[in-house]
Design a protein around this ligand. Structure first.
Ligand SMILES: Cc1cc2nc3c(=O)[nH]c(=O)nc-3n(C[C@H](O)[C@H](O)[C@H](O)COP(=O)(O)OP(=O)(O)OC[C@H]3O[C@@H](n4cnc5c(N)ncnc54)[C@H](O)[C@@H]3O)c2cc1C
Length: 402
C-alpha cells in the first residue's frame, strides 16, 4: 500500500521494500538484542547485526540516496522510504548508527573525493563500524570547550587527549574526532579528523559500565597517536563548522544514510497494554483498573501526537525552521519512553525487581531495564535541557540564556 504523497516511482520502491523485508526478516537470535545500537556489547550481537545491515545495504535499503561511486544506490530521496518501512516492519536496527547517521553525511559534505571513495562503501555495508569522539570530561554540553590536542608535525598530526561516553568505540575502526590545534580561539581553534581506533598505536578504549549493567559506551584515550593529514576533514580551523554539520544530522534535521529498524513507540505501547492485561491484581488484572487504563491512554495519546508531528516534517509548507520538529521530537520521544517504561515498572509491581536473566521476570526483565536505560537517552545527542535552550533561542527567537 503506498503513502498518499508517494510518486509512482516512490510507491513502487515502497512496495519493493515491504516485500523484501517480509521475505528477508532475519530469524530471531538465540541471545538478547539490546534496545538500541548504542548498547551493542557482545561479539555475537555485533556479528548478527553487522550481517543484517550488510544484507539491507546489498538490497538497497541502506545508503539508498548515496551516489553509486561511494557504495550507495544513487536513488536520491528514497532513503526515507526504506527507513520508514524498516521501522514499520519492526526488523532489527542498523548497528552502524553513528556511521550512517553522522559520519557518512559529514564526509559527504566535507570530505575529499579520496575520503568519500575510501570510507563510505565499508561504512554503508557495516564492514567498518564508526564512533563519535566529541564529548570529553570537560566538554559535553559546552562542546566548543573540547581540549583534545592535535599538533601538526609535517604531514602528520599528533593527538593527545581523553574522549568519553564514546558509543560503539569498542567495535569501531574509525572515529569522527573533534580536536584543538590552538587555544587562541574557542571555535576556530578546532579541527575535525577521521581517527583510526582499531589496533591504532597509542589508542586505549576502556568500556564504561552503565546502570543497566551493560557496556556500550567507552572512554577513549589518545597518547601521541599519529594521524596523517590526509585524514583531516575540511580545513584547519573549520572543526566547529564541520561539527555543526554532524549535529544537524545527529539531531535529525536531515536524513543520513539510513538507520531504520528497531522497536517503534507504537510497539512499546502495545507491549505496555499486553503487560497490563497479563498482570494479576487479586482476582482481576491491572488492565481492569481504570486508573491504569487512564495512564496507558495518556501515553498512547502522546505517542500518536509524536507520530503526527513526524508526518508534519514531510510537508514542506509546514516546516518553517529545519530544527523545530527534530528538536521537539528528540525531547518528546525520550521523555515519553522514560514515562512509558516507568509505567511498565509500576504495572509489573514487585515483579519489576526481577531483572534480565531471571526466567521469572515479566517480559524477560525488559521493564526495569528499559526504565534505567531511558535516562541515558534524555542526555545522549545533547541533553534535553540544551535542546530546550536551542528551541527557545534559535527556533522561537527568545532572548539568549546568560
Ligand atoms: C547513552 C549516551 C551515549 C553517548 N554517546 C556519545 C558518543 O557516542 N559520542 C560523544 O561524543 N558523546 C556521547 N555522549 C555524551 C553526550 O553527548 C553528553 O553526555 C551530553 O552532551 C551532556 O554532556 P555532559 O555529560 O558533559 O553533561 P554536562 O554538560 O556537564 O551537563 C550536566 C547537566 O547540566 C545541564 N546543563 C549544562 N549546561 C546547561 C545550560 N546551558 N542550560 C541548562 N542546563 C545545562 C545539562 O542538561 C545536564 O543536565 C553520550 C551520552 C549518553 C548518555
Amino acid at each position: 500500500m503506498s503513502e498518499k504523497r508517494d510518486t509512482q516511482e516512490q510507491a513502487e520502491f515502497r512496495e519493493y521494500c515491504r516485500r523484501w523485508l517480509e521475505e528477508n526478516r532475519p530469524p530471531a537470535p538465540s541471545f538478547r538484542l539490546p534496545i538500541s545500537p548504542i548498547e551493542v556489547s557482545s561479539e555475537e550481537q555485533r556479528q548478527y547485526l553487522c550481517a543484517w545491515q550488510k544484507k539491507c545495504h546489498a538490497a538497497g535499503l541502506v545508503g539508498t540516496d548515496y551516489p553509486k561511486e561511494y557504495g550507495g544506490h544513487g536513488h536520491k530521496g528514497f532513503q526515507a522510504i526504506a527507513s520508514q518501512e524498516m521501522g514499520r516492519a519492526g526488523v532489527p536496527f542498523m548497528i552502524n548508527v553513528i556511521g550512517l547517521g553522522m559520519a557518512a553525511p559529514t564526509i559527504l559534505v566535507h570530505g575529499t573525493e579520496d575520503q568519500k571513495r575510501r570510507f563510505l562503501p565499508p561504512l554503508l555495508s557495516s564492514d567498518e563500524i564508526w564512533c563519535q569522539g566529541f564529548s570529553e570530561p570537560g566538554a559535553g554540553s559546552d562542546l566548543a570547550s573540547a581540549a583534545t590536542s592535535v599538533v601538526r608535525e609535517g604531514d602528520n598530526w599528533i593527538v593527545n587527549g581523553h574522549k568519553v561516553w564514546t558509543s560503539l568505540a569498542h567495535f569501531a575502526s574509525w572515529m569522527i574526532l573533534l580536536g584543538r590545534h590552538t587555544k587562541a580561539d574557542k571555535y576556530s581553534g578546532l579541527t575535525y579528523f577521521i581517527a583510526p581506533i582499531r589496533d591504532a598505536k597509542g589508542v586505549t578504549v576502556r568500556p564504561l559500565v552503565k546502570i543497566t549493567g551493560e557496556t556500550g559506551f567507552n572512554e577513549v584515550l589518545f597518547e601521541d597517536v599519529v594521524i596523517p593529514d590526509s585524514l583531516r576533514l575540511d580545513e584547519v580551523g573549520k572543526g566547529w563548522t564541520v561539527a555543526m554539520t554532524t549535529l544537524t544530522y545527529e539531531r535529525g534535521a536531515a536524513e543520513g544514510a539510513g538507520s531504520g529498524g528497531g522497536t517503534s513507540v507504537e510497539e512499546y505501547v502495545n507491549e505496555l497494554i499486553a503487560l497490563a492485561k497479563r498482570t494479576k491484581r487479586g482476582a482481576a488484572t491491572a488492565w481492569d483498573d481504570a486508573v491504569v487504563r487512564d495512564k496507558v491512554a495518556q501515553i498512547a495519546i502522546r505517542a500518536e501526537g509524536l507520530r503526527q508531528n513526524a508526518r508534519r516534517m514531510r510537508i514542506g509548507a509546514l516546516v518553517d525552521h529545519p530544527m523545530r520538529i527534530p528538536l521537539q521530537s528528540k525531547v518528546l520521544i525520550t521523555e515519553l519512553i522514560q514515562d512509558l517504561s516507568a509505567l511498565g515498572v509500576e504495572i509489573a509491581g514487585p515483579h519489576a525487581s526481577r531483572y534480565l536473566g531471571d526466567p521469572g521476570a515479566p517480559d524477560g526483565g525488559h521493564w526495569p531495564h528499559a526504565y534505567m536505560n531511558s535516562y541515558g537517552m534524555t542526555i545522549a545527542a545533547g541533553s534535553n535541557e540544551i535542546q530546550r535552550n536551542i528551541l527557545g533561542e534559535r527556533v522561537l527567537g527568545l532572548p539568549k540564556s546568560k
